[in-house]
Design a protein around this ligand. Sequence first.
Ligand code: PDD
Length: 286
Amino acid sequence: MSGIVYLNGEFVPAEEARVSIFDRGFLFSDSLYEVIPFYHGIGFRLEEHLERLKEGMRVVKMELNLDFAALCSEVVQRNGGGNRAVYLQITRGADTQRRVVCQTPLVPTVVIFSYPIAVALEGNLDLVKGIHAITTEDIRWRHCEIKTTGLLGNIMAIQQALESGAQEALMVRDGYLTEGSSSNLFVIQDRTIFTPATNELILGGTTRNLLLELASANNIDWQEKNLPASCLHRAEEVWISSSTRGVIPVLQIDGQAVANGQPGPLWRRMAELYQCFEKQLFDACN
Ligand code: PDD
C-alpha cells in the first residue's frame, strides 16, 4: 500500500512507517481499532466510531488524549480526499522487551492509514449482490463489545465460510445467534426487524445503530431479542450490516435459501432509507 499514513505524531509515506517488534499490539493484540468510511472527504458516523473507541479505551484502561477526528480527516486529505476507509489503531505501546505486565506506563502507538472504497449501497439497488452465509460456533472471548485487533476467532469463522463457498459466517453462542465475523445481524419475521441486543457478546455496530434509528424514524417495527439459531429457517429475510458495506441481504444460509432466496422488500426499504440518509449528508456538505 502506498500513500501517507499517520504514525505517532508524524505523517509519513506508508513504506517508511515502522513499528517495534516489542509493540504490545504486535505481541499481545493489546490494541484497539476502528474502520471509518469517509465519503467526499467527510467522516461517516465519525463521532459514533470515536465514541466506541473511547469506550473501548476506558474498558481496557488505555489513556490517550488526541484529536482523532482531525487526524483521520487529515490522513484522508493528504491522500487526495474522496471516498476512503480510514483504519485507526491504538496499541498500549512499544516496550523494550516482551513482558506480559508493563512495568511503567508506555506511550500508546497510534497508526492511521486509509484506502479507497466505494460508497456503501450507492447506485441501483438491483445490482446489490446478496451473500451466502454459514452458521458456526462463536468461539471468541467474552468481550466482543471491544473492537480489539485480537480477531483470531473472527478470522477462523470467515475462513470456514470461504471454504464452504460462502461470504460470511453467522456466529452462534449457546444456541443463540450473535453476529457475523465482521458484521451485525438482523432477522426479519412478521415484517419486524429482530436483532440481538448490544451486550458484551457483540460489537455495538455503528451501522446497526443507524439502521435502527432509521427504522424508528420511519415507523418500521424493530426489537432487540435473543435469536435462537433455529429462527433462521423461518426468517422472511436476513441481513448483515457494517460500515463499509451498509446493509446487505443474506440469501442462503448453510446451503438453504432464505425465504425465496431473493433480497426482500424490507431490505430494499431499509437500503433506500440508508441511501437517502447518505444523500442528505452529501447535499449538506456541498
Ligand atoms: N468490522 N461486528 C463485528 C465483529 C465487526 O467486525 C464489525 C465491523 C461490525 C459492524 O460494525 P460497524 O457497523 O460499526 O462497522 C460488527 C469492520 C468493518 C472491520 O473489522 O473491518
